[in-house]
Write a protein of this length. Sequence first.
Length: 150
Amino acid sequence: MTVGGAIDPLSSTVRSELKQLWGQTLGLDPEFAETEDLKCNKHETAGVLYNFDIKPRGTSIEPKLYVPVKHLANNDYDAALGLKGFLAARGRDRYFANYMRALERSCTHRSLKDGRGIQTYIGTGIQKDGSLSLCSYLNQEVYHPNRRRT
């Protein structure tokens, strides 16, 4: 993902962090190889998403990668615990309890352990210091069968 050499290849540290984030949020075995295929999901949005932020006057291209937890995680609860583990290992979990509380308050129609879809993607970007910035995308599942009134 160097866009024809326009951006530098990912450092081994960033590659390792991305692999750990993927592994922990998707519940993969720690020995899961980068060359292995993820479980197949034929949904039209189930692939790996990424984009490149290109500014008209900028000189840099900023890649972003999205971990598809809504399609590949075991469930929302496990994905959240994986994210917590990733953040805790880096001393970045200070506000995680607030994140978990927000998930639980948003997902009143089912248990977080009973499916996936409240968390859709964990977005990642590479900051100037080489660390990953993270952003969680949420979906309120307004069409979930348990939200229907009888």
